[in-house]
Design a protein around this ligand. Structure first.
Ligand code: IMP
Length: 195
């Protein structure tokens, strides 16, 4: 059995090549994003946040609390989706694994996304939410990769533009691991070699 690291060292630190966004940067950015969204929606009674499982869980939890601190009520909904496989993915077709729990007709929706890469998932999701008669649909994404910038995916609120690299942490996984990292980082190549 692998030996556990000392209590003050996280098990995952040894697997990280470099940190892209630190815990403090995430915290500060979420404060700014929530302030901006709260200001933009001040005339709306309650904003409906829709998070996509599982990646958005950390961001959703922190963003919702910051919205609360800025004096704006929110309600939380979660969806889970999966792509239909490589070919279908490029056409942006996704399968709903967990749908919304209630009617969103007439509601002002803000989709809370961990990362936008090709933007196909998000484009599909926005159309889906509009088809469910939301009054408005906007997106807050913590991270955005260059392809999303090129594809001009309509993300109104962005945390960080990051390089075109596979990242883990703060909800993002590699083989279901690393979601609990408090920062966003790139894995050492040795991690891929051993899997
Ligand atoms: P898109 O449809 O190409 O924009 O893909 C978005 C989804 O792909 C995100 O919600 C993530 O689940 C996943 N994803 C994209 N890039 C990364 C990454 O660098 N690390 C982990 N997951 C990623």
């Amino acid at each position: 059995m692998a030996e556990l690291p000392p209590a003050d060292v996280s098990w995952y630190d040894a697997d990280i090549d470099r940190v892209i966004v630190t815990e403090d940067q995430i915290k500060e950015k979420i404060g700014h994003l929530a302030k901006q969204v709260a200001a933009d929606y001040r005339s709306i009674d309650s904003v409906l946040l829709v998070g996509v499982l599982k990646g958005a869980v950390m961001f959703m939890a922190d963003f919702a609390r910051e919205m609360g601190r800025h004096g704006h009520p929110v309600e939380l909904e979660f969806m889970a989706v999966s792509s239909y496989g490589q070919r279908a993915t490029s056409s942006g077709v996704v399968r709903i694994l967990k749908d919304l729990d209630r009617d969103i007709a007439g509601r002002h929706v803000v989709v809370v996304e961990d990362i936008v890469d090709s933007g196909l998932t998000l484009s599909w999701l926005m159309k889906y939410l509009q088809s469910r008669s939301a009054a408005s649909v906007e997106v807050v994404a913590l991270l955005r990769k260059p392809d999303a910038v090129q594809a001009k995916v309509p993300v109104k609120y962005i945390g960080f533009d990051i390089p075109n690299e596979f990242v883990v942490g703060y909800g993002l996984d590699y083989g279901e691991r690393y979601r609990e990292l408090p920062y966003v980082g790139v894995l050492k190549s040795a991690v891929y070699d051993r899997s």
